[in-house]
Design a protein around this ligand. Structure first.
Ligand code: NAD
Length: 244
């Protein structure tokens, strides 16, 4: 019998890596993507296969690149027919004044954070429609809901992800495919490694829960959302310790 398969973009570290471990523990086959850390992802994937009776496929490349994504879904079709769950997780941030941002930096963040979501959905949907089932979870941010100073481009991409989620959910609900987004607050990953100890402390004081969630906690919720009843769709759910 075909086992359920989840595709996770940006799975070499942080939230994506923790999500891969959560799905592996629960018996899912994995299609994992990352851009720069091929050997790290390979080691991680081999470790998961030793610990759990699952199959994995690793696809290395830029998730904002149309040719790469098309090829990744061809490989995926050979590997498992098609995926049951798509997690659009890969993302980059950019901190700085908008007036200092170059066009190339703008393009890069748009491609990685938003175009990637379009591309992966485009290629995942036909199989899901044929099965009349599927789940898409887009990884967003509180900044996509509320905006952040010096993170205008990042906020715009995540706001785009949120609107994309709501619109696509309406389009796919008749095919029994759920589309939701998680708007994370602060998760303790490399994305926040640039914060000084003092900045981290100040930020923690603003968060009612008083801490940055670990990637495992973020991944636990992600896994649970993937198990939610089908009627839950088109939602952008904050996971932020009561921050905003
Ligand atoms: P991270 O920097 O630890 O990991 C990002 C992952 O994305 C890595 O595996 C990296 O290889 C991959 N990646 C980056 N660019 C890529 C590309 N072009 N093609 C393929 N893979 C690429 O970040 P994280 O904190 O785990 O973030 C994961 C997601 O969560 C992102 O979408 C981020 O915007 C979102 N998020 C994070 C936080 C946070 O506080 N960490 C808060 C809100 C939202």
């Amino acid at each position: 019998m075909k086992r359920n398969t989840v595709l996770i973009t940006g799975a070499s570290r942080g939230i994506g890596r923790a999500a891969a471990a959560a799905f592996a523990e629960n018996g899912y086959d994995l299609v994992l993507n990352c851009l720069h850390s091929a050997s790290e992802l390979e080691l991680f994937s081999n470790d998961l296969k030793k610990r759990f009776p699952i199959r994995t496929l690793c696809c290395y490349g830029d998730i904002g690149d149309a040719d790469f994504v098309r090829a990744m879904f061809h490989q995926t079709a050979d590997f498992c027919g098609g995926i049951d769950i798509l997690i659009n997780n890969a993302g980059i941030s950019h901190i700085g004044l908008l007036s200092d941002m170059t066009y190339e930096e703008w393009e890069a963040i748009l491609h990685t954070n938003l175009t990637s979501v379009f591309l992966c959905c485009k290629y995942a949907i036909p199989y899901m429609v044929s099965q009349k089932s599927g789940k898409i979870i887009n990884i967003s941010s509180d900044w996509g809901l509320y905006g952040a100073s010096c993170e205008t481009a990042y906020s715009a991409t995540k706001g785009g992800v949120n609107a994309f989620t709501k619109a696509l959910a309406k389009e796919l609900a008749p095919s029994n495919i759920q589309v939701n987004a998680i708007a994370y607050g602060v998760i303790d990953t490399d994305m926040n490694a640039g914060l000084t100890a003092e900045e981290q402390e100040r930020l923690k004081e603003e968060i009612p829960a008083g801490y940055f969630a670990k990637p495992t906690e973020a991944a636990r919720f992600l896994y649970q959302l993937a198990q939610a009843p089908n009627y839950l769709t088109g939602q952008v759910i904050s996971f932020d310790g009561g921050w905003i």
